[in-house]
Design a protein around this ligand. Structure first.
Ligand code: G
Ligand code: G
Ligand code: MN
Ligand code: NA
Length: 254
């Protein structure tokens, strides 16, 4: 309850910030985008990571307000970087299940993008495999509406949930993100290697790109590149960066 109350005041006082983790094309070393990751800048506890407050935010419904603010900050940042003349990169924003089921989600997001002067092409939404597969028919409809607006879509944590390949075929998403649990031991565990390479092959057959998460070593990178992985995210290239550091990264890598 203590955390619930201080989280409520965090929403009121706008204590959230975004950190940005680079996503690169391994072939060219070019920066393609950032994943926006929320942190709570708490006056009492310093920088609080999402695993400490997102579950509470989801239970209490505060995730709708926090998620709205996160989306707004990402749109403002994308517009600012564009206006400052940086090459265009996409910012990927995580959605929670409750947000995905919000009846007016497409209209709300569209309104925020207009207010911020952000183009849909600058934005990507990440939805997890488990939240989409829970109600696949409804998810296909909502994702279709978001896609029609021009927003990019990615399935996060791919391979960790229960997945139906017949539904996956119908999801209008652009990318699959291989979960970092498969990347971790990719050079030593033949099962993880098989899952990763099969995911890449299948995604390409379905016309989707693949992002690998949690890439920390050259050996992991080499395996993924050899198997055709399109986009790399992980500590090997960069940890999530505060906005000023992200801007410097953008200046150096775009
Ligand atoms: O940022 P970290 O590096 O600790 O992320 C931990 C988890 O929190 C990840 O699973 C990530 O998807 C989730 N997360 C980070 N930012 C957001 C956000 O803005 N909204 C939602 N719903 N989840 C987020
Ligand atoms: O939304 P998602 O669950 O994909 O969030 C990404 C999470 O992975 C964040 O908590 C981020 O800080 C973390 N992360 C990003 N790159 C790496 C990495 O190379 N290694 C590890 N261990 N974690 C990472
Ligand atoms: Mn994510
Ligand atoms: Na993930």
């Amino acid at each position: 309850l203590a955390i619930e109350n201080s989280l409520r005041s965090a929403v009121t006082n706008d204590e959230f910030v975004l950190h940005y983790q680079p996503q690169l094309d391994p072939a060219t070393g070019k920066l393609l985008g950032f994943e926006a990751l929320v942190r709570w800048q708490s006056p009492d506890n310093g920088l609080v990571y999402p695993d400490r407050f997102i579950p509470v935010a989801e239970e209490t419904g505060m995730i709708l307000e926090i998620g709205r603010r996160v989306f707004e900050m990402a749109c403002q940042q994308a517009a600012r970087w564009r206006d400052a003349g940086y090459p265009s990169v996409r910012i990927a924003v995580n959605l929670s299940a409750r947000q995905l089921r919000q009846p007016d989600l497409p209209e709300m997001l569209s309104g925020i993008m207009k207010e911020c002067g952000a183009d849909p092409e600058m934005i990507e939404l990440e939805v997890t495999e488990s939240m989409t597969m829970e109600r696949p028919v409804e998810s296909i409809r909502i994702l279709g509406a978001l896609k029609a607006m021009g927003i990019g879509l990615a399935i996060d944590d791919f391979g960790t949930g229960y997945s139906s390949l017949s539904y996956l075929k119908l999801f209008p998403v652009d990318k699959l993100k291989i979960d970092r649990s498969f990347v971790k031991d990719i050079e030593v565990d033949p099962d993880d290697a098989a899952i990763a390479s099969a995911t890449i092959a299948m995604a390409h057959t379905l016309g989707k790109k693949v992002v690998a998460e949690g890439v920390e070593s050259q050996a992991q990178l080499d395996f993924l590149v050899q198997h055709g992985c399109d986009i790399i995210q992980g500590y090997f290239y960069s940890k999530p960066l505060a906005v000023e550091e992200a801007e410097q990264y953008l200046a150096r890598h775009a």
